[in-house]
Design a protein around this ligand. Structure first.
Ligand code: F6R
Length: 239
């Protein structure tokens, strides 16, 4: 596990974008796993900047997102498809048909998403944020380590944390479709970003804790190629 310490989320975005750009330069048709949420926004801003400065082209890049709220239409501003278009895809030269976000409407056969990833050649680099409760993707505490893409019941704590994106907590979907922990572990490389004091406990479990489904992020200790970018606040409980 390689740990990169930065001052804040702005710096994390610069470092993470650099790693992603190197991946694309080495393999312009690489397959990226992407995340939503507050954490990767600065990363996406730096990728857009690099594109605008003609330092990179995304025209052959393929992407697979981690998750989507169940029941939300892709045109719903709270959907993760909408987020990705808005925060990244609409501003770069990626082909929209090369971007994949699990469907929140057609969730009958979630493992088809894993087949699609496999058919494309597997994820070269998976970008991850980190839940306050240690979730990666929407794999909440208790999720089986061998899980593939599946429908999940969101933890009440996740619903409470994500209510900030909705007009009221009652509007937050209670279920989502998410890559499983095995799907994530199948990626060739993992790049996790965690910033802010509310991630410190999860970071301590991820890096030094027992490997247990109670802290889903702890499974990453078993992955051979993980880079973690943390700011001072997120690293504050590390010895
Ligand atoms: C997002 C995802 C989640 C978030 C996590 C952190 O696609 O799967 O695991 O990465 O909830 O969210 P933020 O970055 O908003 O703190």
């Amino acid at each position: 596990m390689k740990i990169i310490k930065v001052k804040n989320n702005q710096e994390a975005g610069i470092q993470a974008a650099q790693i992603i750009l190197e991946k694309i330069h080495a393999n312009p048709g690489c397959i990226l796993g992407l995340a939503t949420g507050s954490t990767p926004i600065t990363t996406y801003q730096n990728l857009i900047k690099a594109y605008e400065h003609k330092q990179v082209s995304f025209k052959d890049v393929i992407t697979f997102n981690l998750d989507e709220y169940k029941g939300l239409n892709p045109t719903n501003p709270q959907s993760y498809r909408f987020f990705m278009n808005n925060e990244l895809f609409d501003h770069i030269d990626i082909k929209i048909e090369n971007t994949h976000v699990p469907s929140g409407l057609h969730t009958q056969n979630p493992a088809l998403y894993d087949q699609k990833i496999h058919k494309a050649g597997g994820i070269d680099l998976q970008l991850l944020g980190l839940g306050v409760n240690g979730h990666i993707g929407f794999n909440e505490p208790g999720t089986a380590f061998d899980s593939l893409t599946h429908v999940v019941d969101l933890d009440p704590s996740t619903i409470a944390v994500n209510a900030r994106f909705f007009d009221s907590i009652d509007l937050v979907p209670t279920q989502a479709i998410s890559m499983g922990l095995k799907t994530i572990m199948n990626a060739k490389q993992i790049l996790l970003i965690a910033t802010g004091a509310n991630k410190a406990e999860a970071i301590a479990h991820l890096i030094n804790g027992e490997i247990t489904p109670n802290w889903p992020c702890s499974i990453l200790q078993q992955h051979p190629n993980v880079v973690i970018i943390i700011d001072e606040a997120a690293g504050s409980l590390l010895k």
